[in-house]
Design a protein around this ligand. Structure first.
Ligand SMILES: Nc1ncnc2c1ncn2[C@@H]1O[C@H](COP(=O)(O)OP(=O)(O)OP(=O)(O)O)[C@@H](O)[C@H]1O
Ligand SMILES: [Mg+2]
Length: 299
């Protein structure tokens, strides 16, 4: 895929990032569900993994372990790689390349319509360590510039970006590139604290944009919710009574359901919650949430 050429989005391709600096709240899960759902609705989807843990990549590709780095995860060799013809390429491509060279090759997946730009653990961690003086040019603005590429905009209807549990440079680059964000949240005190930090970041980002190009928030998505649990009901009630938050709460929730975790397993059958029985509560909840997001993005 070619180097970026201009810095305009065409207003047709939508770019959705899931962000929340607390870990384990469902960022990757909602990205994965959306990829599956949007492809079933005939959208052409590009998933971008900006998290060095590479959980999102692993849902769709067989990632490899990098033996040179304790936490290293590598994308597989790209199916289009030809050793004889591509002598200047090691055959792997990752989202980190966007920040190093502005070029990256998405991978096809088993799902029709879905391509994935996987992470590379070591390289993404290095991107986060860019010096403060260089961070704007080398990280914050890079993903936006890449997605402004005319080729990218002609190939996809929606880009889904998964981020790490942080407010670091890569999360900022995702927010700068995004047209929409979602903030998944579990009903726990520390996660709610993280939520306020993300809302500040969203307000800051949307203020610096031109009129008409504001960063839209689809909403705060309560995840792993258990009705009848005093902590969950109580914290939800607090959010619903906070005038600064209530309008941002999504109308639906995802409950704590083993089916969502099970579908992460490589041997799981069916592979997607959308292939569970039509009346399965996990499938119904996921469809309601994803349909709401689809309508919001394209409204
Ligand atoms: N609604 C749910 N019910 C049950 N399990 C869930 C639900 N949502 C997510 N999970 C499980 O919880 C774990 C954390 O979810 P996930 O990886 O999506 O969070 P994350 O915010 O991406 O985490 P990180 O910040 O580490 O990237 C995963 O094992 C996932 O399968
Ligand atoms: Mg994750």
């Amino acid at each position: 895929m070619a180097l970026y050429t201009n810095f305009q989005l065409n207003n047709v391709m939508k770019i959705l990032a899931t962000v929340q600096n607390k870990g384990g709240v469902g960022k990757t899960t909602i990205c994965r569900l959306l990829c599956e759902y949007l492809c079933r609705k005939n959208k052409r989807v590009l998933g971008i993994d900006l998290d060095s843990q590479c959980n999102f990549s692993r849902r769709f590709l067989t990632m490899e372990i990098d033996n040179t780095d304790l936490d290293g995860v590598l994308p597989p060799i790209h199916p289009d790689f030809d050793e004889k013809e591509d002598s200047n390429w090691d055959g792997r491509s990752s989202s980190a390349d966007i920040f190093y060279s502005g070029q990256a090759m998405p991978y096809p997946t088993r799902i029709k319509g879905l391509e994935i730009m996987p992470g590379n653990g070591t390289l993404l961690r290095a991107v986060e360590l860019v010096r403060a003086d260089d961070v704007k040019e080398k990280v914050h603005d890079r993903l936006h510039a890449f997605l402004c590429n005319e080729d990218v905009q002609s190939l996809y209807d929606v880009v889904i970006i998964d981020t790490s549990p942080s407010k670091g440079p890569l999360t900022i680059s995702a927010m700068r590139a995004a047209t929409h964000i979602i903030i998944p949240t579990t009903m726990e005190p520390q996660t709610i604290e993280g939520l306020h930090g993300m809302l500040q970041l969203w307000r800051r980002e949307t203020k610096r944009r031109r009129r008409g190009e504001e960063l839209k928030i689809i909403g705060i998505l309560p995840n792993m919710f258990r009705k009848g649990v005093a902590l969950h009901d109580g914290l939800y009630h607090t959010l619903a009574n906070d005038p600064g938050i209530v309008d941002l709460l999504m109308p639906n929730k995802l409950g704590l359901r083993i089916a969502f975790a099970e579908s992460d397993h490589p041997m799981s059958e069916p592979k997607s919650v959308f292939d569970l029985a039509e009346k399965d509560p996990a499938r119904i909840e996921a469809e309601i949430v994803c349909e709401h997001i689809l309508e919001k993005i394209f409204s």
